[in-house]
Design a protein around this ligand. Structure first.
Ligand code: NDP
Length: 291
């Protein structure tokens, strides 16, 4: 079965989504604020709606992918009853509160809602490499499997509509954590005339080795017990002092190492010196409680 699909938003990503659905044999109706961006898709068989309202009514499922939530609200300002009984899959990037608000707004209009985050660039859409995270009703997710599978590897995270946005930013935090740590090492080794390509195989080995600890550490976080089976926070603090001092002595940016050290120092002050590294999670939870 190839249900009809509407795509609202024909930027780089929206055009890739529409193209993948056309290729998979769906009848695709499109709408974009700037209609000219639909031309190539119309040549491939897409239908152009003359308003967001008529776009929504053209299909049982509408996928939205515009710049951000304020843009989505503008695009949907004239849309209301048209959503009744339909499914909205919103792949616009945003935060978890925006996703939950949109879920409420949509459900007040009698529609089902899935919120999604695309962890991929437009050229990979339509291949298994395009990871698409979705949250909201599992029934709605299962009912649109053929549509979602045509876009990439679709994963359902849970019923809370905020989950896809939270996984999205958590994934970005992992990405920038690894990239910044790598750049710190690149800068340190450069002071000894070692280029990035020479240093990087060692960096990859360290990143992969460290990633291998995470599942065991997750069990510690979930149980709230931090037996120092490998190293204590006090031992980590000693190593961090070397990283800070070496960076400062060599004239390499030491902001990140100082941040690592200040987090561990605070945990030690709070009495955690003898615990394993993930006891530091309390320093992260504290920040979220104050915001
Ligand atoms: P583009 O800048 O290419 O497209 C933006 C889209 O938003 C256009 O269709 C634009 O319409 C529309 N838009 C902007 N403002 C309004 C408005 N006020 N009313 C109606 N429509 C509006 O962005 P992308 O397609 O690359 O990104 C779209 C979403 O996908 C973003 O949330 C982005 O974070 C997410 N994403 C993108 C990735 C990428 O690699 N490109 C990767 C992962 C997620 P118009 O053509 O009229 O300007």
């Amino acid at each position: 079965t190839n249900p009809d699909v509407t795509i609202i938003g024909l930027g780089l990503m929206g055009r890739a989504l529409a193209g993948a659905l056309l290729k998979a044999g769906h009848q695709v109706t499109v709408w974009n604020r700037t209609a000219a961006k639909a031309e190539e898709l119309l040549a491939q068989g897409a239908l152009l709606a003359d308003s967001a309202n008529s776009a929504v009514t053209a299909s049982p499922v509408t996928i939205t992918c515009v710049a951000d939530y304020p843009s989505l609200q503008q695009a949907f300002a004239p849309v209301s009853d048209e959503l009744d009984g339909r499914l909205l899959v919103n792949l616009t990037s945003g935060d978890s509160a925006q996703a939950r608000d949109m879920a409420r707004w949509t459900e007040q209009r009698g529609a089902h809602y899935l919120d999604g985050a695309i962890m991929a660039v437009p050229p990979t859409i339509g291949t298994a490499d395009a990871v698409i995270l979705l949250s909201g009703s599992k029934t709605a997710f299962d009912s649109q499997r053929s549509v979602l599978d045509a876009l990439g590897t679709a994963t359902h995270l849970g019923a809370d509509h905020g989950l896809s946005a939270l996984y999205d930013v958590a994934g970005l935090s992992m990405m920038w954590g690894v990239l910044n740590a790598w750049l710190q090492g690149v800068a340190l080794l450069a002071t000894a005339g070692i280029d990035a390509s020479t240093y990087t195989p060692f960096a990859v080995q360290m990143a992969q080795g460290t990633a291998g600890w995470l599942e065991g550490y997750a069990d510690q976080v979930d149980s709230g017990t931090y037996p120092p089976d490998d190293a204590t926070l006090a031992t980590h603090a000693g190593g961090m002092a070397h990283l800070v001092e070496e960076s400062e002595r060599l004239g390499v940016n030491a902001e990140l190492p100082r941040l690592f050290k200040s987090l561990v120092d605070r945990a030690i002050t709070a009495g955690q010196a003898g615990k394993s590294y993930p006891a530091l999670v309390e320093q992260f939870n504290q920040e979220s409680r104050t915001s």
